[in-house]
Design a protein around this ligand. Structure first.
Ligand SMILES: Cc1cc2nc3c(=O)[nH]c(=O)nc-3n(C[C@H](O)[C@H](O)[C@H](O)COP(=O)(O)OP(=O)(O)OC[C@H]3O[C@@H](n4cnc5c(N)ncnc54)[C@H](O)[C@@H]3O)c2cc1C
Length: 475
């Protein structure tokens, strides 16, 4: 069905990419009666939120849990608004995160007061600061968070704490989930990761994470949307600085009043639009921006769980020492083997996923080095967290930064879109609206969001912009 207003176009809206951002956006637009096409180059929807099967084991490919599902959390509000909260079973695993350092084991429970008490027991001299910090994070309004845009997360931590070990412990999930140390990541992003992914984290969709995009895709089609998979967009068609549709790799063209790109923003500006359409200074700016670091992900199938495995569904962070800046540099330069990492026993109790931040290297590098990395990573987990692990492994494989690029086209396999330095946050050219009329961006390559709740919210927000333009937005 066409909205009726734009029936001289093939579609009202074409969305490039069926990541969580694109799917949520598509659902809201289709629900309002717009005729929407989502073109996805992979053979299944989900982007970084997919799962795959190997030799009877099911693995989450990248994203393995999500946050912001408390009452009034963005994820809950979105799934409720799309009538999906009852269709998809959401389980919350607690503790969501455990941090193991040389001297401490710190646990993040679903009950924040319990988390605060445990942190206070471990660091009694910081007792008051711990409650103040958590209270600040959990009760601040969005406007207060805006103050954090120009600061680093380190500056925020220094405002509250003196104990360097405590600061490192609070920073390791930020390093893993934001791919930057506190001295470089914006306080805004660090605080968002803390509130939306750690303190309100541990949620899991259905039997594996693929359930989330699959349910969104099913709902999108039910609402009249068209999802074409294995459908690569080669070009965004523009006339007189206005987006007019897309050209596909298979030679077909579709016209639309609006185009929304959920794909890598470098690809959007440098390739899908190109230098005949985008002004030189904008291209130059985007070309000079830094993407986030990538990730090396280990997938293990096990025959019998070793007793020392953590609870299923809990992210366990291994922090070998307290110098977070050095740890980050070791990952960025890949000078030595993996030092810090996250590991997780899957909810189905059959597999283990572990990951470590890693830089982009080409296909040949990984072809020669992947087996070595897999084996040293398993040894590392065995020595530090799970004795006897290697004897229980019956299937092992890994996704390298190159694999992440190959499956999603995210530039350099960037894990979280742009590196969220304060200087790269809220870049004017990389927000939802673009200098091209009718072209919008959604997903983790706009410069103020990341993680599943972040991109889901942005998907909703971009849909709202278009529905307002079309005067069909209903609260
Ligand atoms: C290893 C790893 C672990 C993570 N863990 C978590 C986690 O546990 N929880 C969490 O909240 N977040 C996690 N994240 C981050 C989270 O997965 C992402 O922020 C989020 O999924 C990004 O969604 P998106 O819609 O912006 O983009 P993407 O997921 O990147 O989707 C973009 C889509 O566009 C498609 N596409 C690209 N170019 C084209 C084209 N030219 N034509 C057609 N289609 C195209 C791609 O194939 C892809 O499907 C993790 C990320 C990584 C890498």
């Amino acid at each position: 069905m066409n909205s009726g207003k734009n029936n001289h176009y093939d579609y009202d809206v074409i969305i490039i990419g069926a990541g969580i951002g694109g799917l949520v956006c598509g659902c809201y637009l289709a629900k309002a009666g717009m005729k929407v096409l989502i073109a996805e180059q992979h053979h299944k929807p989900g982007g970084y939120c997919t799962s795959f099967k190997r030799r009877g084991f099911t693995f989450d490919a990248a994203a393995h849990s999500f946050g912001s599902y408390r009452k009034d959390g963005n994820m809950r509000r979105i799934l409720e608004a799309l009538d999906l909260d009852k269709r998809i079973k959401i389980t919350r695993y607690t503790p969501s995160d455990i941090i193991i350092s040389p001297d401490y084991k710190v646990t993040f429970w679903a009950d924040t007061d319990r988390t605060v008490r445990e942190l206070q027991n471990a660091f009694p001299e910081e007792s008051k600061s711990i409650s103040n910090f958590i209270e600040y994070l959990t009760t601040s309004k969005p406007i207060d968070f805006a103050v954090l845009r120009k600061k680093t997360f380190k500056e925020l931590l220094d405002q509250y704490f003196r104990n360097e070990k405590l600061k490192a412990i609070l920073s390791i999930p930020i390093l893993g989930n934001g791919a930057l140390p506190p001295s470089l990541i914006s306080a805004f992003t660090g605080a968002k990761i803390f509130t939306e992914f750690i303190l309100d984290g541990g949620y899991y969709a259905g039997d594996c994470m693929q359930a989330l995009p699959d349910t969104l895709a099913e709902r999108f089609k039910e609402l009249g949307g068209t999802l074409k998979t294995s459908c690569l967009v080669k070009r965004i068609k523009v006339k007189d600085n206005e987006a007019k549709g897309v050209a596909l790799e298979n030679g077909k063209d579709f016209s639309a009043k609006y185009v929304i790109s959920n794909s890598d923003a470098r690809q959007t500006f440098l390739k899908l639009l190109g230098n005949k359409i985008v002004k030189k200074d904008i291209l130059h700016k985007i070309d000079s921006m830094t993407p986030s670091l990538s990730i090396f992900i280990l997938y293990l199938g096990i025959d019998k769980p070793p007793k020392s495995l953590p609870e299923p569904g809990t992210n366990v962070w291994f922090l070998p020492d307290y110098n977070i800046d050095d740890l980050y540099l070791s990952a960025k330069n890949m000078t030595t083997e993996i030092k810090y990492f996250m590991m997780r026993f899957s909810p189905d109790k059959k597999t283990i996923l572990a990951f470590a931040n890693a830089p982009f290297k080409n296909k040949d590098f990984w072809h020669s080095n992947k087996p070595k990395f897999i084996d040293t990573f398993i040894k590392n987990i065995e020595i530090n967290l799970v004795p006897g692990l290697s004897t229980r492994v019956v299937y092992k494989d890994a996704a390298t930064p190159y694999t992440l690029y190959r499956y999603t086209l995210n530039y350099n396999g960037a894990a979280y879109g742009w590196a969220t330095f304060p200087s790269q946050l809220f870049t004017p050219e990389l927000k939802s609206t673009t200098p091209i009329k009718g072209l919008f961006l959604t997903g983790h390559w706009t410069t103020h969001t990341q993680g599943i709740p972040g991109v889901a919210y942005l998907g909703y927000d971009v849909a709202k912009l278009i529905l307002k333009k079309e005067k069909i937005y209903k609260k």
